[in-house]
Design a protein around this ligand. Structure first.
Ligand code: GLP
Length: 241
């Protein structure tokens, strides 16, 4: 694990963008793994600037999102499908057919999850996976005690994650209770991983991921077993390292 501590969030985005680009250098059809949440926003904006500048072209690549809420229609502004369209698909100039998000609205969620996991493998696997981390150490929506060998599947969201994400939902709108998420085993198959985190509320999770024991209570700690992980954090998120 290589850990880079940056002075601020903008620098996190710039350093992480360098890592993403170097991980796919020379690859005209990269397969990106993309996360939602606030953490990768600066990274996506930085990549969009570099696409604009002609430094990199991701339009011939593919993107696979990590996760999706169950029961939220894909066109809902808070669905991860819609979030990825706004933050990745359009700024990265990718055709919608090249961007996949798990289907949390499928009649048979288990079958859709399996099909999604297989689609990643059929695409040759993920070249570089972008990750954020939950305050409880989750990656994707793999909550504490998730199996280290898990594949894409339906999971129940913890109370803490629902509270963390409630800020995105308007008053009176129910925060989903379930999700479909790539498994820890799925995520670990990516050839490179770029993890970004900012803010003091992430400091405990970042320290547990990097320096704690590899244990189900901190799902992100499994990244200690991955051969190519770049952790890019600001000073606040790195304060407990
Ligand atoms: C969310 C997502 C994760 C994300 C994490 C942190 O709920 N499922 O993919 O990395 O929790 O979110 P944020 O970056 O907004 O802090």
């Amino acid at each position: 694990m290589e850990v880079v501590i940056c002075p601020n969030e903008a620098e996190v985005g710039a350093v992480a963008a360098d890592r993403v680009i170097s991980s796919i250098a020379g690859n005209q059809t990269p397969v990106l793994g993309v996360a939602t949440g606030s953490s990768p926003v600066q990274l996506y904006e930085e990549l969009a600037r570099r696409i604009e500048a002609g430094e990199v072209d991701l339009s011939h690549g593919l993107a696979f999102a990590l996760d999706e809420y169950v029961g939220i229609p894909p066109e809902h502004p808070l669905s991860y499908k819609e979030t990825i369209r706004r933050t990745v698909q359009e700024p990265f100039r990718m055709d919608p057919a090249r961007v996949r998000v798990p289907n949390g609205f499928a009649p048979d969620l288990a079958a859709a999850a399996l099909e999604y996991d297989n689609a990643i493998a059929d695409a040759g696997g993920v070249d570089v996976q972008i990750l954020g981390i939950g305050t409880n150490g989750h990656i994707g929506f793999n909550e504490p005690t998730s199996s280290f060998s898990s594949r894409t599947r339906v999971k129940t969201l913890t109370r803490q994650t629902r509270e963390d994400n409630a800020r995105f939902f308007s008053d009176g709108e129910a925060v989903p209770t379930h999700c479909v998420t790539q498994g820890l085993g799925t995520i670990m198959e990516a050839r490179a991983i770029v993890m970004v985190a900012s803010g003091e509320h992430k400091a405990d999770a970042v320290a547990a991921m990097v320096e704690g024991p590899v244990a189900g209570v901190c799902p992100a700690s499994i990244l200690q077993f991955h051969p190519k992980v770049f952790v890019v954090v600001d000073e606040a998120a790195g304060a407990k390292l």
